[in-house]
Design a binder for this molecule. Structure first.
Ligand code: KIV
Length: 316
């Protein structure tokens, strides 16, 4: 059973895999961004982005790993649930983590199903070409829309020997064209092309009936995706060549936190406007309540028992 609770009525019509197909047919570009939490999902929704990917890139930009390999199903489901609480109209796509779809088709279908059943996603994404055709076929057959991902597939970083562009030789490019056609035939509704030459991505896009979503793959794709931390300039460890930063928020955030630290130390924050006050008469009444008074009105002052408010603590 899904543990996500509904967000307020979406202002936009829900984007579906059908919308993806229609956009490709109409020659309209598809917009996609990553998000990993509720707050970011709400702003992606408000910005009118078509699709929202809870990418396993969260391992690097949110969890601080060097690669996406340590990300688990538990990590992904946790973040997908938060995103699903913040965004409804974009197509919500959950990224299948390393080793969640490589072992057997049964396991890949079971894990894919969890993204929809438990985490409120509409579709899943997985990495790889022809070697993943069986998994794509089985997951699609279970009624779960699958987005493919070829080119630089970060879960294979160890095999590639780093985050390097793919498909730069004629043979490697031919293999990617074939992979794209095989994934389409296996049932993918769309394919991410990452870090491949722009001419090649354009060629693949023209050969496919399903839309391609590019990242570092030029303008010839049917849509584009970026990691939101890269776009906003939040992630300062490195910036891939294909990223355009639309804001540089890392510096201003550090500056804001430094101002907060300095003002707390100097006693400048909080001021009256950031707090609450008691009415004068309530304050006076409190002081009167706290005045020392005898418990039973008898005996010399030195023997009186004092009562503070309703507390049972007695002072001699
Ligand atoms: O994990 C991710 O964010 C991705 C995108 C870069 C496509 O796979």
């Amino acid at each position: 059973m899904s543990t996500t609770s509904p967000v307020s009525t979406p202002a936009r019509k829900k984007v579906t895999t059908r919308t993806f197909r229609q956009k490709k047919l109409a020659g309209e570009r598809i917009t996609m961004l990553t998000a990993y939490d509720y707050m970011t999902a709400t702003v992606v929704e408000q910005a009118g982005i078509d699709a929202l990917l809870v990418g396993d890139s969260l391992g690097m930009v949110v969890l601080g790993y060097e690669t996406t390999l340590p990300v688990t199903m538990a990590d992904m489901l946790h973040h997908c649930k938060a995103v699903a609480r913040g965004a409804r109209s974009p197509l919500l796509i959950g990224d299948m983590p390393f080793m969640s779809y490589q072992i057997s088709t049964e396991e890949s279908v079971r894990n894919a199903g969890r993204f929809l059943q438990e985490a409120g996603m509409d579709a899943v994404k997985l990495e790889g070409g022809r070697e993943r055709a069986d998994a794509v076929r089985a997951i699609s057959a279970a009624g779960i829309p699958v987005m493919g991902h070829i080119g630089l597939t970060p879960q294979s970083v160890s095999q590639f020997g780093g985050f390097v562009a793919q498909g730069k030789t004629a043979e490697a490019a031919q293999r990617l064209v074939e992979d794209a056609l095989i994934l389409q035939e296996a049932g993918c509704f769309s394919i991410v092309l990452e870090a491949v030459p722009a001419q090649l991505a354009g060629l693949i896009s023209s050969k496919l009936d399903i839309p391609t979503i590019g990242i570092g793959a030029g303008a010839g794709c049917d849509g584009q995706v970026l990691v939101i931390h890269d776009l906003l300039g939040l992630f300062d460890r490195f910036t891939p060549k294909f990223v355009k930063q639309y804001a540089q928020l890392h510096g201003p955030i550090v500056a804001a936190l430094e101002s907060y630290r300095d003002e707390v130390i100097a006693g400048q924050f909080p001021t009256e406007e950031h707090g609450f006050a008691m009415k004068d008469d309530e304050w006076a009444a409190l002081l009167a309540l706290l005045e020392p008074r005898p418990l039973n009105g008898a005996g010399p002052a030195s023997e009186q028992v004092w009562m503070v408010a309703n507390a049972q603590t007695a002072h001699a």
